[in-house]
Write a protein that binds this ligand. Sequence first.
Ligand code: NOJ
Length: 773
Amino acid sequence: MKLRNSTLRMQTFVLTLALLTIGIATARAQFPFQPQKPKGPWMDKTLSPDQRADLAIAQMTLDEKIALLHGGGWAELFALFAPDGTAPATRSLGNAGYIPGIARLGIPDLQMADAAVGVTHGSVFGRYCTALPSGVSEASTWDLTMAREYGALIGRELRDQGYTMSLGGGIDLTREPRNGRIFEYKGEDPILAGKLVGAEMRALQEQGVVGDLKHYAMNDQENGRNYVNIKADRRAMRESDLLAFEIGVKDSGVGAVMCSYNLVNGVYACENDYLLNTALKKDFGFQGFVISDWGATHSVAKAAMAGLDMEMPGNDHFGEPLKKAVESGEVPAARLNDMVHRILRSEFAVGLFDNPPGRQEVDPMAGFEVAQRVAEQGTVLLKNADHQLPLAAAGIRSIAVIGSHADVGVLSGGGSAQVDAAGGSAVPPRAGLSPMEQVFGNPVWHRSSPLKAIRAQAPNAKVEFDPGTDTATAARLAQASDVAIVFVSQHASEGVDVPSLTLPQNQDALVSAVAAANPHTIVVLETGGPVTMPWIDHVSGVLESWYPGIRGAEAIANILFGEVNPSGKLPLTFPKSEADLPRPELAHQPPGRPEDMKALFPGVPYKENTRQFDLDYSEGLKVGYKWYDAEAKVPLFAFGHGLSYTTYAYSGLKITPAVPPAVTFTVENTGSRAGAEIAQVYVTLPAAAGEPFQRLVAWEKVQLAPGESKTVTATLDSHYLSIFNADQDAWELVPGDYQVHVGGSSRDTPLHRTFTIKDVEKGQSPPPAGGDK
Ligand code: NOJ
């Protein structure tokens, strides 16, 4: 496929998608592509993926190798720019990325679909894919079983739609809570995020598609994402954002990692030798391929030698220019083969050669089940004064349901993660939106109606809806009702950060007015990340449902009425105020000077501000709760917080001095309902480590019947107890006393104990752990 000026054209996803909304005919043909079953020795399934990749490479011409290292994407966009206005002949399914396979060798097409919270663009095939709750909801389950279900479902639906590769697996940490993509990610803790994404990607790949982790690395805000230069020291990176990727890579054996748009310490992430070659490939042992984010490739030999394996989309660097660089010896043939090897071994490893996807209908009912389960486990009960919840339907005569289109649907996150709403958005887009706004400023509401779900739970109550647009009428309805349930929301999307943590559209005033009118006011949040709550002392209950997906309303109603006992815990901190953040002001790209304003698309009057700017991560590795603990700031809701309709007691903490040490404790359900408690283990390192704040090192979800006790034993991974010694370029355990804290949230740890790690002989790893004090 000839893609002219493609990188330029694809430079920002924002404009790309905006153009797509103008309405372009699709260019798909001849699906599915079933390459003839080749007879080559690389088809011997008894060989390892690496051996098979090498055997296939031995047959490939230079042109064939180069052809696997770049591709198209958004096939319709290319069609738009085709000289004669017609679509190029392509087997592309028209989602984010496409690299044609090589039939004579049986190399399958790489059909890539964005799939962060479900497979996108399902409607193209007339069959919708499951809109799962957002990634931060999955993270709120703290449950690797849920993460596996999440990944398996996405993998299955990708296959059903004919895709061979997922673009999802986002784990940039919540350094900037206004980041528009927090809903895609898994919170602020590297170990929690890494373990969850590891489980998710392993399960996804077991469905026979290539998985990916993204956006590597330090891509923690959308504002200026193409031009921001993150300044962070190595230790801070390795113990925070990079640790999440390290764990994710190691736990999943994921086939691909997507490098990000931004620069890190002065070098673009996609040509950053330290990030790609040293950390990812050498230290984490990543065997798959590095794919650029869309338009994030900036060089040929520099990027290839720094560890980038695939340019997407376009061919400006890894097309003819890379071929020339190989021919001239600037990029050695061995490195070219390594690039191809990494791609092919990932395809062999998930079974793409042996078992290419065949199209079949997505099973929506199976999707509903997983979506609802994740939403039920991922919804977090933040406040429940006087046991206002669960609501006892039998005793309630009237309920006011207010705000946030709760009569028709639940909100979802936008951008490349946007999953098509089955049947179209429940709330039609506002009139007069520009193409850009249609994609990025246009909230999509899935057809899962909280009003209906609440009515189903309370069939004898009068359940009335008020849109919440007029606080006075909403307050009147609240006053006339036994209970008021106010839904509030904040839309978030790729491409733009939320302007602040304040709920938009006067919703704080709405909550305050309703709470003043009715003492039994419950707030249900549908947000991408944290928000501030100036009304918190005046409401009885608060439930964070995130973007809860296609069965969100049913999950919310089940929790409100006690069919489900909430167990979700926050994977990120809710600050009291933006003044408490490491950066009270969101870092903005400075305005472009004339010399920084470049036309993006030839002939299209759109100029992009290309001015680079520094963002100093002076908070270092103090991300999220570590920041609040270190700075002695009291959050609104702490990392790990989440209430239940029952109560739990912790006792009997013991530490087994072994290598690695194990902690044992007992959790008892002291209330009258069955529940699941996420018991959390934090450790504060010895003073010599220079990290006077705790870190999460283990957790366990414990299912308990009323009155039941269970003893939990968690073995502490030496890696999670270690610090990264940047001088030695290695992890090390610091000798000294380690304080263990155990409980139900980072700010509620009733059990404490200390163990000692004795002096370490140089080179001995891991060192012996000392006794329990
Ligand atoms: C850019 C986004 O950052 C990335 O997450 C996505 O996968 C690609 N565009 C393709 O849509």
